[in-house]
Design a protein. Structure first.
Length: 141
């Protein structure tokens, strides 16, 4: 396949998508696990007094934990590059997939509408990807 980009959050669907990518990667394939976060929206004077944590480091820790969950039970996995980006999830995944051979996403993540067949990020990626997309279904689907 070549370069494989996997959209990640901490959901079981995203971990399943990465597990699928790892299990289906061939020799020499490169996997990039991408977690995209957005700066919390807040307003008012209380935002000025709030001590903001290091959100990039926090998101990298979450990504590393998710990658470890996906690697469980897999012997000799391919190398995985972890990337944390800030911005719109769909846009950043598409940007990261420039030159990729495949994008892999879970069918739904942590959005508020669990009954939907596809989440908003996976729907965006399917419609805007510069390469083929694999949408790994939810375990219960």
């Amino acid at each position: 396949m070549g370069k494989i980009v996997v959209g990640m959050d901490e959901s079981a669907n995203a971990v399943g998508a990465l597990h699928w990518a790892i299990s289906n990667a061939g020799p020499g394939d490169e996997i990039t696990a991408v977690r995209v976060w957005q700066f919390p929206v807040t307003g008012g004077m209380e935002a000025l007094a709030f001590e903001w944590p290091d959100l990039e480091a926090e998101n990298l820790t979450i990504l590393e934990r998710s990658v470890q969950r996906a690697l469980e039970g897999i012997e000799g996995p391919p190398p995985i590059r972890n990337v944390v980006l800030e911005g719109h999830r769909g846009h950043k995944l598409i940007d990261e997939a420039a030159g990729a051979d495949l994008i892999v996403v879970g069918s739904r993540g942590h959005g508020g509408f669990a009954g939907l067949l596809l989440g908003s990020t996976s729907t965006y990626v399917v419609h805007h990807a510069p390469c083929p997309v694999v949408v790994v279904p939810h375990e219960e689907d």
